[in-house]
Design a protein around this ligand. Structure first.
Ligand code: COA
Length: 260
């Protein structure tokens, strides 16, 4: 993979990760998926990074899918291993203890839709289109799409996308809860940065525990999820950030969170 196919840049504590293969509509080959995993791990380990934005280069596509050229001659065992490797990277995105926002600037198809789904929030440009067209290729999504899409938008809407291979526009994505907000293409970067900045103003420790509580709780019955919530609430109460946040409120000043 060419070195410049994944671009990294920092903007006021926000790590921008840009998939940069515009000539192929940012299709994800396996090397790019692995690089994405490394970039996510690095963002997680870097104390100066408060939030992450994932986007695609160019004006046409976020990511138009896994690289279909790599599917030629793929056997069953190799395909399963490919799916497991991609799922591990996308699970790492979903499990990052810092907010991850997808800035969806056009086609988010197949693996691109799955990448957007693995992010914690999605800001879409008006030209965004979401879809899981794999069945048109005789495949199903392999990077978590069948699981995350149904959890986010419900079974009926997920199956509509999976079984027709069709796409939904940004307005429908917003109505379905697939997009958090929709903005004009020229405003996408600023809107994603603003959302990332807003998440960066709360306690990083509390943000990590919110992400953990929601992620774990979605896989649990309500009562078990509440047990997880109470345990994490307890951990927050023992933190310096909780002492600082409550003191700052009572002293009518801005908090200075340390994430401890
Ligand atoms: N994998 C590999 N290459 C891809 C790709 C993918 N998922 N999506 C687009 N490309 C390539 C095209 O092959 C083309 O390459 P070329 O110029 O060397 O021929 C280039 O990107 C531009 O795409 P093109 O199809 O010419 O653009 P378009 O505007 O006519 O159509 C799409 C855009 C998104 C509708 C169309 O590219 C498409 O259907 N892509 C595949 C989507 C898909 O099935 N994704 C799921 C994969 S599991």
């Amino acid at each position: 993979m060419a070195d410049d196919e994944l671009l990294l840049a920092d903007e006021s504590g926000v790590r921008w990760i840009t998939v940069n293969r515009p000539a192929k509509l940012n299709a994800l080959n396996r090397a790019l998926v692995a690089r994405l995993g490394e970039a996510i791990a690095a963002a997680g380990a870097d104390g100066a990074v408060r939030a992450v934005v994932v986007t695609g280069a160019g004006e046409k596509a976020f990511v138009a899918g896994a690289d279909i050229a790599e599917f030629v001659g793929l056997g069953a065992a190799e395909a399963r291993a490919m799916a497991r490797a991609g799922q591990a990277v996308f699970d790492a995105i979903a499990g990052l203890p810092k907010p991850v926002i997808a800035a969806v600037n056009g086609f988010a198809l197949g693996g691109g839709c799955e990448l957007a789904l693995a992010c914690h929030m999605r800001v879409a440009a008006t030209n965004a289109r979401f879809g899981q067209p794999e069945a048109k290729l005789g495949l199903i999504p392999g990077y978590g799409g069948t699981q995350r899409l149904a959890r986010l938008v419900g079974q009926g809407r997920a199956l509509e996308l999976l079984l027709t291979g069709g796409t939904v526009d940004a307005a429908t994505a917003l109505a379905w809860g697939l997009a958090n907000r929709v903005v004009e293409p020229g405003e996408l970067r600023a809107a994603a940065q603003k959302l990332a900045d807003e998440t960066g103003a709360v306690s990083p420790l509390a943000a990590a525990r919110c992400l953990e509580a929601v992620r774990i709780g979605l896989d649990l019955p309500l009562g078990r999820g509440e047990e997880v919530e109470a345990a994490l609430f307890g951990l927050c109460a023992a933190s310096e950030d909780m002492r600082e946040g409550t003191a700052a409120f009572l002293e009518k000043r801005a908090p200075r969170f340390t994430g401890r």
